[in-house]
Design a protein around this ligand. Structure first.
Ligand code: SF4
Length: 225
C-alpha cells in the first residue's frame, strides 16, 4: 500500500475549510439526512446496530418487515435470542447484533420505562452502543447535535486536512467538535457522508468534478491522503 503523507494540521485553516465547504455541500446535497429508515428512537437504535458492516440499503430492507414484528423494546426483550438471530441474519454478524439488541432492550425496559434514553451517558450504557451510534441517535432522533464519525467522515476529514486523528473515530469526533459549530454537527456529518458516497469515494475520488476541490488540499493527489 502506498505510504500516506504525514499531515500537519493547522486548526485555524481546518476551521476555515469547514466554513468554506459548508455552504457548497449544503447546496449540493439539499436532502442530506440519515439514510436508515425509522419512525422512532427505538427503530433508529435497532437499525444503527444492524448497520455495522452492512449497507443501509440492506438494513432498510430487513427492518421493513422487522419493525412490523417487533414494535416495542419489550417485544425485543422477551423474544428468544435464536429467533432474533434468524430475523436479522442477512445483515451479517447476527449473533453479536442479536445479543446486543436483546440486552439493550432489556435495559431499556428495566431502567428506562421502555423508552430509549436521550442522552450520551445513558446511551453508552446500552450494549452495542458506542459514541458513533449514540451520536446517530442524538442527532436524528432527539434533535441534539452529534458528530458521527463513520468511514466517510474519517476519510474525508483526512483528505480535507481537518484533523490528524483520522484513524481514531473518538479523537476525530472531538477534533471536529472544535471546528464545526455545534448547531451544525448533525448535518455536517450527513453532508460529508453524502459527499463521500457520491464524489469523494475511497478508491476513485472524482476530484475533477468535486464542488469543493478549491478548498481541498488533497485535490491534486487524493490517493496520497
Ligand atoms: S477534491 Fe478530491 S479528495 Fe478533495 S474532497 Fe473533492 S473528491 Fe475528495
Amino acid at each position: 500500500m502506498a505510504k500516506k503523507a504525514a499531515i500537519k494540521i493547522d486548526k485555524e485553516k481546518a476551521g476555515q475549510t469547514v466554513k468554506a465547504v459548508w455552504p457548497i455541500l449544503k447546496k449540493t446535497y439539499p436532502n442530506a439526512k440519515c439514510a436508515l429508515d425509522h419512525k422512532n428512537p427505538l427503530q433508529l437504535l435497532i437499525a444503527t446496530i444492524l448497520s455495522a458492516q452492512c449497507t443501509d440499503v440492506r438494513v432498510n430492507i430487513v427492518t421493513k418487515t422487522l419493525f412490523k414484528k417487533y414494535k416495542t423494546a419489550a417485544d425485543w426483550a422477551k423474544a428468544p435470542l435464536e429467533e432474533i438471530e434468524q430475523d436479522i441474519k442477512s445483515t451479517g454478524f447476527y449473533r453479536n447484533k442479536a445479543f446486543n439488541i436483546k440486552s439493550a432492550c432489556n435495559k431499556i425496559v428495566d431502567e428506562h420505562n421502555g423508552k430509549v434514553p436521550d442522552n450520551m451517558e445513558q446511551l453508552l450504557e446500552l450494549n452495542g452502543v458506542g459514541r458513533k451510534t449514540a451520536n446517530v441517535l442524538l442527532g436524528n432522533a432527539f434533535d441534539t447535535p452529534g458528530i458521527v464519525c463513520d468511514t466517510h467522515v474519517l476519510r474525508l476529514s483526512r483528505r480535507l486536512a481537518l484533523s490528524a486523528n483520522t484513524h481514531d473515530a473518538v479523537k476525530l469526533e472531538f477534533d471536529l467538535m472544535e471546528i464545526v459549530p455545534e448547531k451544525n454537527w448533525t448535518l455536517f456529518s450527513h453532508l460529508i457522508v453524502f459527499h463521500g458516497r457520491n464524489i469523494c469515494k475511497a478508491r476513485k475520488p472524482d476530484c475533477a468534478n468535486c464542488p469543493i476541490k478549491n478548498h481541498c488540499p488533497a485535490a491534486d493527489n487524493p490517493k496520497r491522503w
